[in-house]
Design a protein around this ligand. Structure first.
Ligand SMILES: [Zn+2]
Length: 129
């Protein structure tokens, strides 16, 4: 299961971070950026996260996914930025068309397949009075 191993690598990275940095409270939300070319089931990823964090300090935390657009680079004209998009009628999803919006040449993908933790929401532990 693809989502399970993705969740596992996110968790390992985060646990490593938590070992080096002490946080003022409990992690309640983990903000993750997902490249648009990375196909995964958001539900399966969240479910894998829930299972994997069960016996850890991150138990009860929630993954918040944000989709980031594909970035491309054009070897012909030097364009760098978002890919051209076509919205397929009736599908309600946008499909990145990987051609240069400036000159139409084939482009190289700079980013769009990554999954990265970009932020944490912390619930401060109340200090005992
Ligand atoms: Zn170009």
């Amino acid at each position: 299961m693809h989502e399970y191993s993705l969740a596992q690598s996110l968790l390992l990275g985060l646990q490593e971070y938590l070992q080096k940095n002490s946080l003022p409270g409990r992690v309640v939300k983990v903000h993750v950026q997902k490249g648009e070319l990375l196909t995964l089931s958001e539900w399966a990823l969240k479910e894998a996260w829930r299972i994997l964090t069960e016996e850890t300090e991150l138990s009860g935390s929630e993954l918040v996914l944000e989709s980031v657009p594909v970035r491309v680079r054009c070897p012909s004209c030097g364009y760098e930025g978002q890919a051209r998009y076509l919205v397929e009628e009736g599908w309600h999803i946008s499909i990145p068309v990987l051609s240069c919006p400036r000159c139409g040449s084939p482009v190289e993908i700079v980013s769009g397949k990554e999954l990265a933790i970009v932020g944490l929401s912390i619930e401060e532990t109340p200090t005992p009075a």
